[in-house]
Design a binder for this molecule. Structure first.
Ligand SMILES: Cc1cc2nc3c(=O)[nH]c(=O)nc-3n(C[C@H](O)[C@H](O)[C@H](O)COP(=O)(O)O)c2cc1C
Length: 246
């Protein structure tokens, strides 16, 4: 007979993980980071190839990257506020412009945009930022580049040769890693927002050119900040189960 493993109350556990967007500055011990990564590596993988690598930014490296991202975001913001020539100048200097993953700044497809809009609207309303408060929204987005105050930022790279299978493996790894962190009282937030400036991360770490940046993941101890009580809407299975052909 198949062995039944004790997973406690699995459904409540997975449902209780939420993205953390405000952290205490308390450092995360190296052994704990390694344990979480080891748990991540218990995920399934395409022919067991593990087609991903991870860069762990903490201390000075973390601070340098955060400052670099913030200054690039600032450059985009100022070019956006000015006229055509300022924008053109920014483009010519490539100041703040994405160096990778342009997909992130493209609008969502009509099949998906309603979900993205909903989470954006509900999150801003939760922290009482008005829709037309451009500065409030920019300041909140800039928190991504402070890694929401997390002492650790992980950067996950996937092997280019396996395309979507590498992304799928990295996603499985990431979810195990996030659940492991959650089980240990830590918080995480995946961050596509940092994937636009891969060159900055490559300046700090030695990364094989066959890998490309998928996303960042901030890691640390959650604060009591209001944003952490935000609960993103979760859809019902019926929304993703396709009907039979008539
Ligand atoms: C690949 C990926 C990238 C993400 N990028 C960001 C990001 O840049 N900033 C952010 O605040 N949240 C980001 N998120 C978090 C999602 O917004 C969040 O997972 C979703 O709203 C569901 O909420 P929950 O994680 O609390 O269940 C990202 C999630 C994933 C999976």
């Amino acid at each position: 007979m198949a062995k039944i493993y004790d997973s406690g109350d699995f459904s409540s556990f997975v449902a209780s993980r939420r993205s953390t967007r405000d952290f205490q500055s308390t450092p995360v011990p190296d052994e704990l980071i390694e344990e979480i990564i080891a748990d991540g590596l218990t995920s399934p993988s395409w022919s067991n190839t593990r087609p991903f690598v991870i860069a762990v930014a903490k201390g000075e490296v973390r601070d340098r990257l955060s400052n670099e991202f913030l200054s690039r975001f600032e450059a985009i913001k100022s070019a956006r506020g000015e006229g055509f020539f300022a924008k053109l100048k920014a483009v010519l200097r490539r100041k703040g412009l994405p160096t990778s993953n342009w997909l992130i700044i493209r609008p969502y497809h009509k099949d998906l945009i309603h979900r993205s809009k909903r989470v954006g609207k509900e999150m801003l309303s939760h922290i009482e930022i008005e829709r037309d408060d451009k500065k409030g929204r920019d300041d909140f987005w800039a928190r991504n580049y402070e890694f929401f105050g997390a002492p650790v930022e992980l950067f996950l790279f996937t092997h280019k040769s396996l395309g979507k299978f590498a992304s799928s493996d990295a996603g499985l790894f990431m979810q195990n890693l996030m659940l492991s962190a959650h089980a240990k009282g830590l918080g995480t937030c995946a961050q596509g927002s940092v994937a636009v400036w891969e060159d900055a991360v490559r300046k700090e770490f030695s990364i094989n050119k066959n890998y490309s940046l998928l996303c960042g993941i901030c890691l640390g101890y959650p604060s009591d900040g209001k944003i952490n009580s935000f609960k993103a809407h979760r859809i019902n299975p019926s929304e993703i189960i396709v009907p039979l052909k008539k």
